[in-house]
Ligand binder design. Structure first.
Ligand code: DGL
Length: 215
């Protein structure tokens, strides 16, 4: 029996759990969220590390691998967490590289939390893979609360998506697992002007590789 731990601050991770269940139906999945300290998107790297380490330590006891289903935690802490924990960690981070490869207009948008956008890892992704590409980072700082509270405001989403599309973005990166729940709305509001991407498939491929499961 393969045991997989999945961690996020809140409901974002559930979208990842659903996708793993579909791809690896035989696995036992232990999902843990840190709703008490939500949102993670406004925390510092040290706060994120200190909040998540005890939870991940516990999770590592019963699982063969852990998916950090949180871009905020991955981009701020994955290396420190890898050094501190005894099981492989599979992170999720904004798909800057694929977006930069796919764009024809040379303009992409990255929707992510303030802490992800402020992280060194994200700066590295941008500098390494998005040279010569304009990267728009719309203010999505209220989206986690909106999705957690089940108060999805279509006008809010339309305004952000119209703005990035009007500025020429033809690829929109969902860089927060909470936003997976509004992926269809984002795609509808893009109205064919931009493709919408998020990393669940590459993460599952990586997870299978780490667990030595067939593709
Ligand atoms: N779901 C998380 C992410 O992927 C963070 C949401 C939050 O707690 O702000 O970044």
């Amino acid at each position: 029996m393969t045991n997989i731990g999945v961690f996020d601050s809140g409901v974002g991770g559930l979208s990842v759990v659903n996708a793993i269940k579909k791809s690896i139906p035989s696995a036992r999945i232990e999902y843990v969220e840190d709703r008490e300290n939500l949102p993670y998107g406004n925390k510092t790297p040290d706060q994120l590390y200190n909040l998540s380490l005890p939870i991940l330590n516990k999770l590592s006891k019963n699982n063969d691998a852990i998916v950090i289903a949180c871009n905020t935690l991955t981009t701020n802490c994955i290396e420190r967490l890898r050094s501190a924990l005894p099981v492989p960690l599979i992170g999720m981070e904004p798909m800057v590289k694929p977006a930069a490869e796919q764009t024809k207009t040379k303009v992409i948008a990255v929707c992510a939390t303030p802490a992800t956008l402020a992280s060194q890892r994200y700066a590295w992704l941008r500098n390494t893979y998005a040279k010569g590409v304009e990267v728009i980072e719309p203010d999505c700082s209220d989206w986690t609360a909106m999705i957690e509270g089940n108060t999805v405001d279509r006008d809010n989403i339309r305004e952000r998506i119209d703005n990035v599309c009007d500025r020429g973005a033809d690829v929109i990166v969902l860089g927060c697992t909470h936003y997976h729940w509004i992926e269809d709305i984002v795609r509808e509001e893009a109205k064919g002007r931009a493709t919408v991407i998020q990393p669940i498939q590459p993460v599952i491929t990586q997870l299978k590789r780490v667990l030595k499961l067939p593709d």
